[in-house]
Design a protein around this ligand. Structure first.
Ligand code: PLP
Length: 449
């Protein structure tokens, strides 16, 4: 469809006048007006092309416009668009079985939701009911979704707006963030040990018998890809086992190949009791989330009613989309591609660090990467601090504007630039994107002191 300038203006006005945009002041917004997208690219209504370097919200893992998904969705809709979640459908059973196959053997059953926050809400409910305890321990530098329970469990400042009404029973501890380790530590392993010891102390003060679960992102996402050093997950599992606490992995962003394995927590070889997923499960083509449940928890509800439910749980069309997306991950060998390109990306960014003094730290696992910009490498003063004000964002906003001007969409937050493109990106496309980031970093370099 072609649009006149008047049509385009109308589309813009309808959006801005009659819809609310997430996490932003509504005045002065200038969002991209998206028209179409294919592969790693998207085009706006003026025909400008953007390379998508964060897979939108780290979810469009198979790239845009894959017609195999469209066909699977259309076929499912022609046959059966919807039945209530109390009925059997082929799409639901197929997907449950496949999720059980790609997760660890102890995770046997899925409860389907519409997205990540709902997966977390339901995992919290399950953990509380199963243990008979109420507290949930999580990390300050984490995000688990925007609904009341999920945002309370996250430590991200996005929760400040609802702090006074937050879900009771949340306990936060500091991350094993080696680049800025809150404890003296000379190695990542030492930082991990100190962080785990602090977590255990705090659980002691909180009464271990009141703690239902510890929640960790499978690999840290929007807080800045704060990698878990070796040993951390193992220590957290030990704490759980010692005190009868469940371990919940939030794989909403880190799942489905993003890190080169199916799930971020797969890198640590540790058993989890509940696993939350969303985003990459359908690669954003339709809304879907899931909580995968340990066999013992699943059996707990053999003789007790499961107190969970959603009108759209196990929506057949979303389940069919997910099955098609899982096929595509496998057919296109995406896990392998992510592992290879993850190393390539790491090497390329390490080169860029030689040219750009504003890059303080760079962290990636596979195609889940983050540049952390600083004003000074020795003091590590961030280019913009955690929860930066508009004023403190002045330089980063210029960097972000340059990135957009040069034809890239990616997630820029505080002093962080995310590099998390679709998992089937090619080396050439990755290079194109890195060239844009490199040009934009020149602005940040001028503010290094
Ligand atoms: N958990 C993590 C780790 C996330 O990154 C997000 C979203 O960014 C969520 C949960 C929430 O998912 P949703 O936005 O689908 O509710």
């Amino acid at each position: 469809e072609t649009f006149t300038e008047t049509d385009k203006e109308q589309i813009l006005r309808d959006n801005l006048d009659h819809t609310l945009f997430s996490w932003s002041k509504q005045a002065g917004l200038n969002p991209i007006s998206a028209e179409r997208a294919e592969g790693v690219y998207l085009w706006d209504r003026d025909g400008k092309r953007y390379i998508d370097f964060s897979s939108q919200l780290m979810n469009v893992n198979i790239g845009h416009g894959n017609q195999k998904v469209t066909e699977a969705v259309a076929a499912q809709m022609r046959e059966l668009s919807y039945v209530y979640p109390g009925m059997i459908t082929k799409a639901r059973g197929d997907l449950g079985k496949r999720l059980a196959e790609i997760t660890a053997p102890n995770l046997t059953k899925a409860f389907f939701t519409l997205g990540g926050a709902e997966a977390i809400e339901n995992a919290i409910k399950l953990a509380r009911i199963y243990t008979g305890r109420h507290k949930i321990v999580s990390l300050y530098q984490s995000f688990h979704g925007a609904s009341y329970g999920a945002i309370s469990v996250g430590g991200d400042p996005r929760k400040f707006a609802v702090d006074s009404q937050a879900m009771p029973g949340t306990v936060h501890v500091e991350n094993p963030y080696f680049y800025r380790c809150p404890w003296y530590s000379s190695t990542p392993e030492e930082c991990a040990e100190r962080a785990a010891a602090a977590m255990e102390r705090i659980i002691g003060y909180e009464n271990p018998g009141s703690v239902a679960a510890i929640v960790l992102e499978g690999e840290s996402g929007t807080s800045g890809c704060i990698k878990y050093p070796p040993g951390y997950w193992q220590r957290v599992r030990e704490i759980c086992d010692k005190h009868g606490i469940l371990l919940i992995a939030d794989e909403v962003m880190s799942g489905f190949g993003r890190t080169g394995k199916w799930f971020g927590s797969d890198h640590h070889g540790v058993k989890v009791d509940l696993m939350c997923m969303a985003k990459g499960i359908t690669a954003g083509y339709l809304p879907l989330g899931a909580v995968m449940v340990d066999d013992a928890i699943a059996h707990y509800f053999d003789e007790r009613p499961l107190p969970l439910g959603l009108t759209y749980s196990a929506h057949p069309v979303s389940c069919a989309a997910a099955a098609a997306v899982l096929d595509i991950y496998e057919e296109e060998n995406m896990l392998q591609n992510v592992q290879e390109l993850g190393h390539y990306l790491d090497a390329r960014v390490c080169d860029l660090m030689g040219q750009h003094p504003s890059i303080g730290d760079w962290r990636n696992t596979g195609l889940f990467g983050c540049l952390e910009l600083v004003k000074n490498r020795d003091t590590k003063e961030p280019m913009a601090p955690w929860n930066a004000t508009a004023e403190q964002m002045a330089v980063m906003n210029q960097v972000a504007a340059k990135i957009r001007e040069l034809g890239m969409y990616t997630f820029v937050r505080w002093n962080l630039i995310f590099i998390a493109p679709p998992l089937n990106i090619t080396k050439d496309e990755l290079d194109q994107g890195l060239d844009i980031i490199s040009q934009a970093l020149r602005i940040a370099d001028q503010h290094v002191n």
